[in-house]
Design a protein around this ligand. Sequence first.
Ligand code: FAD
Ligand code: NAD
Length: 462
Amino acid sequence: MTYDYDLIVIGSGPAGQKAAVQGAKAGKKVALIERDRVLGGACVHRGTIPSKTLRENALRVKNMRANASLSNFVLAEDTEMATLIDRLDQVLAAHDEYMRRQIERNHIDTIHGRAKFLDQHQLQIAKVRGESQTISADNIIIATGSFPRTPDNIPVDHEYLFDSDSILSMLYLPKSLTVLGGGVIASEYASIFQALGVKVTMVDKYPRPLGFLDQDLTDKFVHAFTEMGGTWLGEHNVTSARFDGLAGVITECDNGVSVHSEKLLCAAGRIANVKDLHIENAGLALNERGLISVDGNLRTSSPNIYAAGDVIGPPSLASASMEQGRRASCNALGMTLGRIASTIPSGIYAIPELSAVGLTEQQAIEKHGSAIVGRANFEEIARGQISGIQDGMLKLICDPSGHKLLGVMIVGEGATELIHIGQMALLNDADADIFVESIFNFPTLAEAYRVAALSVIGQRPK
Ligand SMILES: Cc1cc2nc3c(=O)[nH]c(=O)nc-3n(C[C@H](O)[C@H](O)[C@H](O)COP(=O)(O)OP(=O)(O)OC[C@H]3O[C@@H](n4cnc5c(N)ncnc54)[C@H](O)[C@@H]3O)c2cc1C
Ligand SMILES: NC(=O)c1ccc[n+]([C@@H]2O[C@H](COP(=O)([O-])OP(=O)(O)OC[C@H]3O[C@@H](n4cnc5c(N)ncnc54)[C@H](O)[C@@H]3O)[C@@H](O)[C@H]2O)c1
């Protein structure tokens, strides 16, 4: 049987893009299908890059306010959102250019249209102008990503009630914002808008936000958020939210609490993007969580079809999606791969930043009976003092003997970069001593590793 392509990749987000490039680098004939006019997926156009661009300006505003005696800075009322993401067009144009060049250089055929399975090897592509094209491949990778989940009782209208795809289309910075959710998207946007001076109320049914993180980190996050003027309402189950008919939104909780705000952001999780794909035609079905199941090689139950990225579920990160896409491609094409490291760091671009790799203190205690923990506060580190970073902290989690490193937890500016030092130590099965026996640049925040390691060594059982 001959096919049009060796490999077809559906979706051009981080997973699909890397899958297609890897296939082409292996000398295969590759097609990349994308239903949007632009390449890059949620990551580039509705998620990671836009939110981080807004964050950059929010940080500037926060720092200007902190230096008000120098700059006398006041953010104008009715600031247009466009002003706050003024660099986004440039960032997106640069990214788009880089992706287009990469796709062209590697001779990947890009087809814009909505893909639907006809069988295990054939796809029908519905194009914008109504025409359709049928193409076939030996192997297919599904990398169609995810979209925001909207609970039935939250009528998102993209005017008063927004989701994470539409929040940046608000014309003006609102005076107040309710954020439904305490997950990553909610925590990032809640703290970014609060730093911009919006009165933010975060509501979640769980007692603390970012519940998968070490409690010390989430405590620091809630403290910093409330210090900026935000309100955290944990253990509040939202039963309804609606436009009040005038100029705002009323959010009601099952304990009788109701919150009035100008706008609402619903960040209640994400759903795999599969509805147009007709995966049943390829012999596939969704699992009980609405995701596509794959084995350790990212292969679905149909042997020539692989899946990567948000469509297969957690960790649902751009970082992990890229590597899954590359691996799915290598596996589909029979290429040998090294072992994938199980230690994936999480990086939350809230204000302050949070990042973690390995076991939390609680997980280490559950696994090893106890743990030795060393802490370093950024305010005790020269770089932290110079940069005025007051709420930062680095925490090393070690086994009960105080030798083997089990996890690193960081909160504070620079956390998402600093974490990689700890990640490399973990990957190399290092003892805490590695941070004391190595000389780091001074003054840097990395010195916190040394301070925390000395604390661990000092607590070792005699
Ligand atoms: C607000 C926000 C902030 C985030 N911040 C971060 C962050 O800081 N760090 C991080 O690591 N992750 C972050 N993420 C998560 C990250 O964006 C996702 O994990 C990542 O985009 C998933 O990549 P993907 O390739 O699986 O899917 P996507 O990026 O969703 O791309 C899927 C593509 O498939 C296309 N598609 C879907 N169906 C079809 C079809 N039938 N035919 C043709 N094309 C189709 C879509 O149009 C889309 O372009 C964030 C997400 C959000 C929403
Ligand atoms: N920096 C990053 O790595 C980054 C940034 C943004 C998003 N992401 C990815 O995007 C994914 C989705 O993020 P998310 O924050 O939307 O989802 P999530 O599932 O992490 O959080 C959703 C939250 O909404 C709450 N919730 C839902 N319905 C509720 C109700 N009726 N009342 C009160 N609370 C309610 C849930 O309890 C939960 O805490 C994440 O899994 C993450 O991997 C990553």
